[in-house]
Design a binder for this molecule. Sequence first.
Ligand code: DC
Length: 229
Amino acid sequence: MADKQLISIAVDGPVSAGKSSLCDALSQKLGILHLDTGAMYRAVGLFAIKNNISPDDEEALEAVVKNKLADISVDYQDGRQITKLNGEDVSALLRSEKVGAYASAVSRFPVVRRYLVSLQQQLARERSLLIDGRDIGTVVLPDAKVKIFLTASPEERALRRYKQLINAGSKADYNMVLSDLLARDEQDKNRKADPLRAAPDAVILDTSKLNFEESLQEMINIVKAVYDN
Ligand code: DC
């Protein structure tokens, strides 16, 4: 339905800045759906893993996209995103470190980005969405009225990620988590196609010294400042 009052909110930021959980909470508060675009890149990464395609093989990935071999789609059930790969719900398979590393690698390639960016833009034309990713304010929704760039120091993000892993019962080493995170940051910031950077008109929100509730409140304030006026 083409609705005159569609709301699009763009949230970008580096790995482990808390985007997913904060955007889930914010979208619930605002009563709109949350599109996690990282899950779409992860689904392409998962396709590469399942089909023994190196995440560095740009030609093979180009053939995958051009021949429509990896059909990525998004659905919602009870307000939660379901990410599908060739019609199969793969949401539960996307969170591993390996899939994350593949996603980061395949997301360097313009052909992969063009495919997913156009899907994301199509979704945003159909409904109000809070979209999180790396290039939402710069490429996917350059005209979004609200753009938030969520960040925190690498040490703080690594600590949060480390605690998540420990709480999930995984073995983790803080220094390894920090060095993986710095490597992922470098890859996301330095790729040629749509690198991670704040849009010039984004509000930068550094959550290093804020807890979850405080960060959420700041995000609500940023949205209200635009939509309540
Ligand atoms: O947010 P995430 O960790 O689930 O994202 C996985 C990878 O996908 C990340 O390393 C960079 C890439 N990505 C991207 O390039 N553009 C987006 N809009 C979202 C994610």
